[in-house]
Design a protein around this ligand. Structure first.
Ligand SMILES: Nc1nc2c(c(=O)[nH]1)N[C@H]1C(S)=C(S)[C@@H](COP(=O)(O)OP(=O)(O)OC[C@H]3O[C@@H](n4cnc5c(N)ncnc54)[C@H](O)[C@@H]3O)O[C@H]1N2
Ligand code: MOO
Length: 420
C-alpha cells in the first residue's frame, strides 16, 4: 500500500463544528484568499536574505556588461592575421588591460596583454591564454590553432540581456538572488513586510508563585518555529485562570498582530477559558476541533478578519498543530510559492506497522535513514501529546490519514524538521 502524497487543498465545504484534517486545510487555504495582501517595504539588499520579493525583478543591464576576457592572455583581432595557413604569425604587443580599465580601441595589427575579467578593446575578437603562446622580443607568436573568433571571450549579455525577467514576485530571497541584485547595482529591494503573530499562553500553573509551578514551553516553541521563518512574534504568558486577564492579553496582542495564536485552555475543563473569552470579544468560530491525534481540540476562530489559531495546551499537540497548520498557513500568507512547501516532503519506506485511530489522522514522529537507494522511516516511541523528547529524537513527522493501516514496507511521506 502507498500512502497518498499529501496535497494541501481539497474542495471547500461549509465548516461543520468538528472537521477532518483535509477540511481544516481546505478552510485555511480558502481563508488566506480573503485576507489583506501583506504590506510592501523597501530594504537594503544586504538585509534581504530570507525575505519575500514583492515585485517582479527585471535586469537593468546585461551580464556581462561588455565583451570580457575569460582568460589571462592576449587579445587581438583574427582579421589582422594575414594568412592562417602559415606556421606562426608574430604580432607586436601594445596595450595592457586589467579588470576595471576602459581600454583604448584595438589597434590594427597589434595585440594587448589582457587579464581575466578585463573589458576587451573594441575591435579585438579573440583571446589566447597566456600559457599557450610564446612571446619573444615583445612579439606574440600565434599558430593557426590559436586563432578563432570569440575564443575565450564572454560576450555582452550572453548570461542575460537588459530587460530580462530575473525572478518573479513571491520568490524567497537568498544568496543566489542577492548575487543578481548586487550585480545590477540594486541597493534597495521591495519585499513583503514580515507577518506579525501574537502568541498567548495561559494557565495558573505558569504563575511563578503557583503551588505546583510548571515550565511554560509553548510560547518558546512557537517563537522558535516562527522567528526562524522571518515572522515577528509578540508573546504573553497569562499565569492565571482569569478570563479577564486572558481577555486583556488577547486584546492587547490583537492590536499589534496580523494573526493570533492561543495555546492551552481550549478543551472542555472548567478553566479552559479561550472559547468563552473569544466569544466575549465577538469572535466567530470557523471550526471547533479537528479529527487529528494529537491536537484534536485545535479550534479556528476569526476576530474580525483576524485568524485566531486556538491550539491545545499539551506541548506535543501545540507543536504538531503549528507544524501542520500554522506554518503552512503563514508561508502562504507571507507570499511563498505553495509548491515549495509540497516539495520539502521526504519520501521513504516505513519499517514499522501503525494502526491509527479509525476516525483520526495521526501524526507520528519518525527518524529517516538511507538504506541502499531508498529512505527508511523508523518510529520514535512517544507516549502521547504532552511528550516533547520524541521531537528531538525524530527527523520528521509522518502523517497517517484516518483509516490507512500502515504496513511494514509501505511508501510514505514525512514533513522533515530540517528540509533536506
Ligand atoms: N474531558 C476532556 N478532556 C480533555 C479533552 C477532551 O476532549 N475532553 N481533550 C484532551 C486533549 S486532546 C488535549 S490536547 C488537552 C488540551 O487541553 P487545553 O488546550 O485546554 O490545555 P490545558 O488544559 O490548558 O493544558 C493541558 C496540559 O498542557 C499543559 N500546558 C498548557 N499550556 C502549556 C504551555 N504553554 N506550556 C507547557 N505546558 C502547557 C498544561 O499544563 C496541561 O498539563 O485536553 C485534553 N483533555
Ligand atoms: O491534542 Mo491531545 O490528546 O491530542 O493532547
Amino acid at each position: 500500500m502507498h500512502l497518498p502524497r499529501p496535497s494541501a487543498v481539497i474542495g471547500h465545504t461549509p465548516a461543520p463544528s468538528m472537521v477532518e484534517y483535509e477540511q481544516a486545510q481546505s478552510i485555511l487555504s480558502a481563508l488566506i484568499k480573503t485576507l489583506p495582501v501583506p504590506e510592501v517595504e523597501y530594504i537594503p539588499v544586504s538585509q534581504a536574505d530570507g525575505r519575500i520579493l514583492a515585485r517582479d525583478l527585471y535586469a537593468l543591464s546585461p551580464r556581462p556588461e561588455a565583451d570580457i576576457s575569460a582568460m589571462d592572455g592576449y587579445a587581438f583581432c583574427c582579421a589582422d592575421i594575414p594568412d592562417t595557413s602559415v606556421h606562426t604569425t608574430a604580432i607586436p604587443l601594445r596595450d595592457y588591460v586589467v579588470a576595471g580599465d576602459q581600454p583604448e580601441p584595438h589597434q590594427k595589427g597589434t595585440a594587448a596583454t589582457i587579464l581575466t575579467g578585463a573589458r576587451l578593446p573594441a575591435g579585438a575578437n579573440c583571446v589566447i591564454a597566456r600559457e599557450r603562446v610564446q612571446i619573444s622580443n615583445g612579439m606574440l607568436q600565434l599558430t593557426p590553432s590559436d586563432i578563432a573568433v570569440g575564443k575565450n571571450i564572454r560576450l555582452t549579455g550572453e548570461e542575460f540581456s537588459a530587460g530580462a525577467l530575473l525572478y518573479a514576485a513571491r520568490q524567497k530571497l537568498d544568496w543566489r538572488h542577492i548575487a543578481l541584485l548586487v550585480s545590477q547595482n540594486v541597493k534597495q529591494v521591495a519585499v513583503y513586510k514580515p507577518c506579525r503573530v501574537g502568541v498567548v499562553a495561559s494557565g495558573a500553573e505558569f504563575a511563578p508563585n503557583a503551588p505546583d509551578c510548571r515550565a511554560e514551553i509553548n510560547t518558546p516553541i512557537l517563537q522558535a518555529m516562527l522567528q526562524s521563518r522571518g515572522v515577528h512574534v509578540l508573546s504573553r504568558v497569562v499565569g492565571s485562570d482569569s478570563q479577564q486577564e486572558l481577555l486583556e492579553a488577547i486584546t492587547e496582542l490583537a492590536a499589534h498582530s496580523d494573526i493570533l495564536i492561543t495555546t492551552g485552555g481550549i478543551s472542555v475543563g472548567q478553566t479552559d477559558n479561550v472559547l468563552p473569552v473569544m466569544e466575549r470579544l465577538g469572535a466567530s468560530c470557523v471550526f471547533r476541533r479537528v479529527k487529528i491525534r494529537p491536537g484534536k481540540p485545535f479550534t479556528l476562530m476569526l476576530l474580525g478578519q483576524k485568524p485566531v489559531f486556538c491550539l491545545p495546551g499539551n506541548p506535543g499537540a501545540t507543536a504538531i498543530c503549528a507544524q501542520f497548520f500554522v506554518l503552512p498557513f503563514l508561508r502562504l500568507f507571507m507570499g511563498f510559492k505553495p509548491e515549495l512547501s509540497a516539495s520539502a516532503l521526504i519520501g521513504g519506506r516505513s519499517n514499522f506497522a501503525f494502526t491509527p485511530a479509525p476516525d483520526a489522522t495521526c501524526f507520528v514522529p519518525v527518524t529517516y535513514a538511507q538504506s541502499g537507494k531508498e529512505g527508511v522511516f523508523s518510529l520514535v516511541p512517544s507516549q502521547g501529546a504532552s511528550d516533547i523528547l520524541c521531537f528531538s529524537r525524530a527527523d520528521g513527522i509522518l502523517r497517517i490519514p484516518a483509516g490507512h493501516n500502515l504496513q511494514v514496507g509501505d511508501w510514505c511521506y514525512a514533513n522533515p524538521f530540517h528540509p533536506v
